[in-house]
Design a protein around this ligand. Structure first.
Ligand code: ADE
Length: 495
């Protein structure tokens, strides 16, 4: 590959004699030439800039000087000889070349350019020639990029990031290094390119360690010295996912769900990212969902969500009229407004997907005094840990069912409830009733520490329903019999 860098500070690029790029030049893998733009000036002062048309601060680099320099290094027809024409129509009449011409790319670093990325570096590594035009002052006259686009040169105005440098030289160093290391033969061990940050996986790279095994009191993660390659690979992927979620949410939002296995989704879920089911009009992508307490402003959206999700959880034999009557009696915006206004009695947690609105919620009914357990007396008999709160509703939009959102809501609800007190006594248990036939829900609850305590019967309109009562112990897992799930064994199963 040939790379030409044009600058008024050629010495800035001396660093390109060093390290891998320097070696690649000496080995003949890279033909890198640095040029002084002032060599193309004709006046005594070697002037490259002038005042901006339209006024304003600073100086702008002259297109005529740049034109002469670029024509020389690109081998294009002198800009002065190209007939003036309007807009992009200029290149339209050009006859197609018989053989593919060499791919020459003009790169103009500027803070107003498109972002320079690994993907662009990979693409540029396949070009025949890169020419980097390093602007200074307020930049290069805009006609330079326009003109070379029209003459069939591929032009990219590129930015390193959202900050302003004094000129394009640092960007030129960056581009040369990022591209040169991808050229065949430049990196001794090409395997080291495979798992890098910003690679095909779309993740940041996992943290790396070397000897000594303990430094500054910090030990290398044990798994890395276990010799178990499978475990090491899994650990590294988990770390890459976690890092990316913490540092680069924009990258998580672009991940391809087809490349995410169960364990990947679990890691992302712990960082608040969930993959919904594919929608008809959009490819699925991870979505950030934050579990938070509900506020008065959520009432209408939660009522809409409840009306959409409650019927889906009802057993098929339930009459539609009974389902609708239940919604009208318990799940309207006015009901939610009342739940949200009374936080001594109700705990409402919302799984908030930002602009997509709430995708799930839990409603927990707290006892007002330690003696008062809400709901049926037979449940009070089953749930012996006191005081106990009822996890009355756990609903998630169908698109997010199976995504982990329900689990995140459950965990957050358990954590919130464990921090609540009634009559100065910590809540000891959270209980719920779930339809006897709904095995999937029961499995999900038991994954979150709920154990079956018994059954309850209740009436919805004409039908007599049977629920499994499940209980989650909230007391800290210290001392005999206090481990989650075991204390609930004190309850008497009722039949
Ligand atoms: N020149 C000045 N600022 C720049 C930036 N952020 N990226 C590339 N070139 C620049």
């Amino acid at each position: 590959m040939r790379i030409d860098v044009l600058t008024i500070f050629p010495a800035y690029l001396d660093a390109l004699d060093l390290s891998l790029v320097g070696k690649a030049r000496r080995d003949g893998l890279l033909d890198l030439r640095v040029h002084d733009l002032r060599d193309w000036t004709t006046d005594r002062h070697r002037t490259v800039d002038d005042t901006p048309f339209g006024g304003g601060a600073g100086m702008v680099m002259r297109p005529d000087v740049w034109g002469k320099a670029l024509d020389d290094v690109l081998g294009t027809a002198p800009a002065a000889e190209v007939a003036p024409a309007a807009g992009t129509a200029r290149a339209a009449g050009a006859a197609p070349a018989a053989t593919a011409p060499p791919r020459r790319v003009l790169l103009v670093p500027t803070p107003s350019g498109e972002r320079f990325t690994q993907a662009l570096a990979e693409d540029l590594a396949a070009a025949d020639q890169l020419v980097l035009a390093c602007g200074r002052y307020e930049g290069i006259d805009a006609r330079v990029a326009e003109h070379y686009r029209h003459t069939g040169v591929e032009v990219h105005e590129i930015s390193l990031g959202d900050y302003v440098l004094n000129g394009g030289e640092v960007a030129a160093l960056v581009v040369v290094e990022a591209v040169a290391r991808l050229l065949p033969g430049v990196i001794g061990n090409p395997a080291s390119l495979v798992e890098e940050s910003h690679g095909a996986a779309g993740l940041l790279e996992y943290p790396v360690y070397t000897k000594p095994p303990v430094w500054a009191g910090l030990a290398v993660p044990e798994v890395l010295t276990s010799g178990d390659h499978g475990k090491v690979a899994r650990w590294r992927r988990d770390q890459a996912l976690a890092r990316t979620a913490e540092r680069r949410p924009d990258m998580v939002a672009r991940l391809d769900p087809a490349a995410l296995d169960r364990a990947d989704r679990a890691v992302l879920g712990r960082h608040g990212w969930f993959v919904p089911a594919p929608a008809a009009d959009a490819a699925p992508a991870p979505v950030r969902v934050r579990v938070r307490r509900g506020t008065a402003a959520d009432a209408a959206a939660l009522a809409e969500l409840a009306a959409a999700t409650f019927p889906l959880a009802c057993p098929p034999h339930m009459a539609e009229a009974d389902v609708q009557a239940f919604i009208a009696a318990h799940l309207t915006a006015a009901h939610f407004a009342a739940y949200l206004a009374d936080d001594a009695r109700y705990l409402v947690l919302v799984a908030d997907a930002g602009r997509a609105g709430p995708v799930g919620y839990t409603l927990t009914v707290l006892p007002l005094t330690a003696g008062e357990e809400p709901d049926a007396a037979d449940v009070a008999a089953v749930v012996t840990a006191r005081p106990a709160a009822e996890l009355s509703k756990v609903y998630v939009r169908p698109a997010f069912q199976g995504s982990g959102v329900a689990g995140a809501l459950l965990d957050a609800t358990v954590a919130e409830a464990a921090g609540r007190a009634v009559d100065d006594r910590q809540l000891a248990a959270l209980w719920l009733g779930t339809n006897k036939a709904n095995r999937r829900a029961q499995r999900s609850y038991s994954r979150h520490g709920f154990v079956v305590a018994g059954l309850r019967r209740f009436r919805v309109g004409e039908s007599l329903e049977e629920d499994v009562v499940m209980v989650r112990d909230l007391r800290p897992a210290t001392g005999p019999g206090a481990a989650p799930g075991t204390a609930v064994g004190e309850t008497t199963p009722s039949r």
